[in-house]
Design a protein around this ligand. Structure first.
Ligand code: MN
Length: 498
């Protein structure tokens, strides 16, 4: 993976070109602050450190994420490397930028790698940060990608660790979020370090194929454009896409190394305006070229689990050559490249992602990662499960509460606030009324009903509370109840005396 150096001017130009009314003074100030904070620092590659935050910010701007995210990208290493505080960032750039920088900085604390527990703690934190604000994931991915692109500067053992972690943890998360662009890049740049020979072999295969088929594929693209131009389909884009190396490696393994079984080394992608045009295009292709039986896939009617949508078909063209077509709408294309980030692009306001779909996704990712036993054993550093004994539940506003397994609404209520705990009377879990002793599951959305007239917690709650915090609070409050009762008793006696 090659490293592209970006200057501030390039970043500003990109922002000017693709954003409406961007706050350039803030962008420039963020750059100047970062430049000062990282002055005289060099990366292991020998480049000035500022090249790193610039690359990260550029990437975030390319994705069209809100300018606050880009600004936070410039500042993401500033708190760690200088005397600039989060408070100063908040004062200068506002609460939103400040909280983004804060989340990313928190992720890095304790990054010093020591044994399994530390590692697990780091991953758990990353997950929490992700869950509370998805934009932090994009920053983390952009940061990680640039670190991978400049991995050659690191000592060997670190290269291996970072690459493995990227391939086994970051890439699956990107995939689950449907961010195929990030996933592909994370995979390929890690692959180059983990299996350099196999990487080279894949690269050679693709180089040869592209040389062999390049001219042929361009002809088919021209022909496809001509066919489409003669129809009522007014807007379309046709281009070739080359298979990624790690994805080729996996597919080759699946087919026992038989290259002839792989039809999508070079595919042709057609992007049109709406679903109707997708099906119309498929029909046109099949009228021109005979489809290969069993290779038509309608992922529009039946999307893949991560939400991917497209029509795929493989056809015989001239001289028995075979080519795969992928047909999709602009919207599907954006979703396929950027996944959940697609909804965030070009949106005004620093909106946090707070919806049920996202929460469901997170719960799924957590389960998947937690079940990756073989990977953890293989690594030997993760003998303990990252997410073992932990669940993540959400407030109706989308805030994440991290609780031990087996926790109940009472634990949840106390995690929010002592008063919410003390006064809680009922719980709605995923919109259904549940008893207070219900065991919560990851991904649950919990809403607590309180009664301000309630005197305090029920000592019975101790039977089904898991967190020390809740238990202590209940014990405290129950103590008061005894005191109150005793005061009543004393009062009663006084009265009796009179
Ligand atoms: Mn960084």
């Amino acid at each position: 993976m090659s490293e592209v150096m970006r200057t501030y001017d390039e970043l500003e130009q990109l922002v000017q070109k693709t954003y409406t009314n961007p706050d350039i003074p803030s962008l420039r100030m963020a750059f100047e602050m970062a430049n000062k904070a990282h002055a005289n620092e060099t990366r292991l590659t020998g480049h000035p450190f500022i090249s790193h935050p610039l690359a990260v910010a550029y990437r975030l701007a390319e994705m069209g994420l809100h300018l606050n995210v880009v600004i936070a990208g410039l500042l993401h290493d500033v708190v760690e490397d200088s005397d600039v505080s989060i408070d100063l960032v908040k004062e200068t750039f506002g609460e939103d930028v400040g909280s983004l920088v804060e989340s990313v900085t928190k992720l890095k604390q304790n990054i010093k790698y020591k044994g399994a527990e530390r590692y697990a703690e780091n991953m758990r934190r990353m997950f929490l940060a992700m869950a509370s604000d998805v934009r932090v994931v994009f920053m983390k991915f952009a940061d990680r990608l640039h670190n991978l692109q400049t991995l050659y500067g690191q000592p060997k053992h670190k290269q291996q660790r970072i690459a493995r972690e990227s391939l086994e943890i970051y890439a699956p998360i990107a995939s689950r979020l449907g961010m195929s662009e990030f996933k592909g890049e994370l995979e390929d740049s890690s692959f180059a370090y983990l299996q350099p020979q196999e990487y080279e072999r894949m690269k050679n295969i693709m180089d040869i194929k592209v040389r062999e088929k390049g001219a042929y594929v361009s002809r088919i693209i021209d022909e496809t454009e001509k066919i489409l131009a003669e129809t009522r389909i007014s807007e379309f884009q046709v281009h070739g896409r080359v298979k990624r190396l790690y994805s080729l490696h996996k597919k080759l393994n699946k087919y026992q190394g038989d290259l002839s079984k792989i039809y999508d080394l070079i595919a042709i992608r057609i992007i049109v305006n709406d679903v109707e045009d997708c099906y119309a295009t498929l029909g046109l292709l099949h009228q021109t070229w005979r489809p290969v039986p069993g290779r038509i896939k309608d992922y529009i009617a039946q999307p893949k689990p991560n939400g991917y949508q497209s029509l795929h078909t493989t056809v015989f063209t001239e001289n028995g050559e075979i080519v795969e077509f992928q047909i999709r709408t602009v919207e599907m294309h954006e979703l396929a490249e950027y996944g959940v980030a697609a909804h965030w692009r070009y949106k005004e306001g620093g909106s946090h992602m707070r919806n049920t779909r996202w929460m469901e996704e997170l719960a799924m990712i957590q389960k998947e990662l937690a079940s990756k036993k073989d990977f953890m054993e293989q690594l030997e550093i993760m003998k303990i499960d990252v997410f073992k004994d932990r669940i993540f539940v959400f407030t109706p506003q989308g805030d994440v509460i991290d609780l031990p397994e087996g926790a109940t609404p009472v634990d949840f209520a106390y995690a929010i606030h002592t008063e919410v705990g003390n006064k809680c009377t009922a719980a709605r879990v995923n919109d259904i009324m549940r008893n207070l002793d219900t065991t919560l599951q990851s991904g649950d959305i919990v809403e607590i009903t309180t009664d301000k007239n309630r005197r305090g917690p029920n000592p019975d709650w101790l039977k089904y509370t898991k967190t020390r915090h809740a238990r202590n609070k209940i014990k405290d409050a129950t103590k008061h109840t005894v005191k109150g009762w005793f005061a009543e008793v004393l009062k009663g006696r006084e009265k009796a005396k009179k």
